[in-house]
Design a protein around this ligand. Sequence first.
Ligand code: C2E
Ligand code: MG
Ligand code: MG
Ligand code: MG
Length: 290
Amino acid sequence: HLAKTGKTGYAVYDPQNASRNERRLSLLSDLRGAIDRSELRVFYQPRISLTSHAAAAVEALVRWQHPTRGVVPPSEFVPFAEQTGHIRLITRWVLEESIKQFGRWREKGIHLRISVNIAARDLMNRDLPEIVEGLLLRYAMPADMLCLEITESGFMEDPAYAQRVLERLHDLGVHLAIDDYGTGYSSLNYISRLPVKELKIDRSFVIGMMNDTTTSMIVRSTIELGHSLGLKVVAEGVEDEASYNHLVSLGCDHAQGYFMSRPVSAADLEQWLRNSRWGQNSYEPNRTAR
Ligand code: C2E
Ligand code: MG
Ligand code: MG
Ligand code: MG
C-alpha cells in the first residue's frame, strides 16, 4: 500500500514521506510481536450521563507501550494495522482485555458499560460475531453491557456485508454505536436502518461549538435528529465546563472528554471514580466548579 497514490501522493518521492515510510516499516516489524510481548495496554475514558451526572460507561482505548519509542497512540498504528491485517489480533486482544476488566470491576461493585472500537476492516471479518459471543460467554459478561463503536467508513466499502455482521452482533444483544458521526458521508437515513443504538458526535464539532454558530447548530440538530430516530446521543471532546453545561441544555444524553477525564489505566480510573464528582454522583451542572 505504500506506493498507492491518493491525497497524500505516495507515488511522488518526498524525503518526509520516505522517512515516514521507514518509520512505519520498522513499526510494522515491531507490531508483529507487540501482542506476544505484552506491549499493548488498554486505557479507559469515562462517559458521563448528562441526566444523573454520574459515570455510566467507559470507552476502551488501546495504547502501545513500545520498548524504545514510548507510548505510541492508536492513530499511529491502528490505520496501519488495518492495512496489514494485524488489526484482527489487536481487536480480539482489546475485546478480551476489556471484557476481563468488566469482570474485575464487577467484583469490586463497579458497574460500567464498556465500549470497544471496531475497525472498518473488522466488519469485513465474518468471524467477529462468534469471537464476541465466545468472549462474552467465557467471562460471563451480559451482552448489553458491551457496546461496539463503528465508524461510517466501516460500512461504506460493502454496506450489505457490514449490515449482516451488525445484525448478527445485534442479535447477540450487544449495543452498537456510530463513532465520529458527522465526519463521514453516510446519511442518517441509512444509519437509521442499521441496528444501532447510539450516535457519537465527532469531537471536532463539540470542540468547535462554543465559538461557531454553524457548528453549534450542527450539534443541536444532530441531537434532535438522533433523538427523533430513537438513538442515544453521545458527545465526545468535552473539554470545558461551558461545553458540558451547553450539552446538558441541548438534552444530549452522555458526554466524554478531557474536562471530566483523559483516558487512564484501569487503576487510575478506580481512583477517579472515588475522587471525582462524577464518580460520586454528586455533580450539579450549575454549581460553581471546585
Ligand atoms: P475515538 O474512538 O473517536 O476515541 C476518542 C479519541 O478522542 C481518543 O483518542 C481520546 O483520547 C480522544 N479524546 C477524548 N476526549 C477528548 C477531548 O476532550 N479532547 C480531545 N482533543 N480529544 C479527546 P485516542 O485514544 O488517541 O484514539 C484515537 C482513535 O484511535 C479512536 O478515536 C479510535 O478511532 C482509534 N482507536 C483507539 N483505540 C482503538 C482500538 O482498540 N481499536 C480500534 N480499532 N481503534 C481504536
Ligand atoms: Mg470511539
Ligand atoms: Mg469518536
Ligand atoms: Mg475520533
